[in-house]
Design a protein around this ligand. Structure first.
Ligand SMILES: [Mn+2]
Length: 326
């Protein structure tokens, strides 16, 4: 079944003259790694094809992974096979022209809440889309070339989306594919220096904000970052959105949330958890994602409070049923 799917994808890509790759908006390491990584594999394997990566937003904080290069014209789309990677829904594709191609292939590891495309390979249990792209490439060793650059991009996405191989979706094959990428000469020291080193001003922000972590009765840890605070401290949305990781190792806090006020005053909620799943909760607030890492949006502090109390209820319930697990 799996083999047949990979073969089908390979056949369509091998037959295409032009291939255009897009990913989700507000990209993370997996979105950038899988889009640029797949493009690099296809360029190295099929030098005669025209391969583009086409998205409408950029990624300052991931610029070290490289840029997309030249973008396709409307004319290019007419004969193109479009591939979307790491993107669950149409509205999250960072490309309004994604459906202007001849056909569309969806490759993703989020829950398939909105199936789309002429062909799709979606497995929500996988730790990253990069892992799937690695599997795809390694399935055709005689035909697909994974060079050092492609391996570095895919490895970057595997490391970031799996929380350095800690999250529950990390499987034996995740590690095998990561090892295969390392064999191709990934410069892990360069990658980690870019992924995990902080500017002193960000460290200062983390120190300040850590003091402001609050807890609900049953241990949901949460932070609220207002628009004025963000502006006053000259922080970008991306910089403040990363505060979740400050709360991820608090004993007893099985769910942790960051509320971040956007410029339009809507409030972005980033939900993370261990053991107790939060995706259902995110979905109630127009969001989604993975079982233990997802996002949603609320429109008032009152609604934020409601979400918080529902998260608290989830922790309470989980703790009452699994007193041996945390
Ligand atoms: Mn991903």
């Amino acid at each position: 079944m799996q083999k047949k799917k990979l073969q089908e994808i390979f056949d369509r890509l091998a037959a295409a003259e032009t291939i255009i790759i897009s990913r989700h908006i507000h990209p993370d390491g997996d979105a950038v790694g899988s889009s640029l990584g797949l493009a690099e594999i296809l360029r190295a394997s099929f030098p005669e094809k025209r391969i583009f990566v086409d998205n409408e937003d950029f990624y300052e904080n991931l610029a070290y992974l490289g840029s997309e290069g030249e973008h396709p014209t409307d004319e290019d789309y007419k004969t193109a096979t479009v591939v979307t990677v790491d993107c669950a829904t149409k509205s999250r594709i960072s490309n309004k022209r994604a459906f202007a191609g001849r056909e569309l292939i969806k490759i993703d590891h989020h829950v398939n809440v909105e199936p789309f495309g002429d062909l799709s390979w979606v497995e929500d249990g996988r730790s990253s889309t990069c892992e799937m792209i690695a599997e795809f490439a390694l399935a055709f060793p005689k035909k697909l070339v994974v060079n050092q650059k492609a391996a570095t991009l895919l490895y970057a996405g595997m490391v970031t989306d799996s929380g350095r191989f800690r999250y529950r979706e990390t499987s034996p094959s995740t590690l095998r594919y990561a090892a295969e990428m390392m064999e191709k000469g990934v410069d892990t020291q360069f990658l980690y220096a870019n992924m995990y080193l902080e500017e002193p001003r960000i460290l200062q922000f983390h120190a300040n904000i850590t003091r402001k972590i609050q807890y609900t009765q049953n241990g949901v840890a949460w932070l609220y970052i207002s628009r004025s605070f963000r502006r006053h401290k000259h922080l970008t949305m991306e910089e403040v959105s990363e505060v979740n990781y400050l709360m991820e190792s608090i004993r007893g806090s099985l769910i942790w949330l960051a509320f971040v006020e956007c410029d339009d005053r809507s409030i972005r909620v980033r939900l993370r958890s261990r053991f107790a799943e939060v995706r259902g909760l995110a979905e109630q607030y127009g969001g989604g994602g993975h079982a233990c890492a997802c996002g949603a949006t609320v429109h008032s502090k009152k609604e934020a409070k409601k979400l918080l109390s529902e998260a608290d209820e989830l922790v309470k319930q989980y703790k009452s049923e699994h007193s041996d697990r945390f």
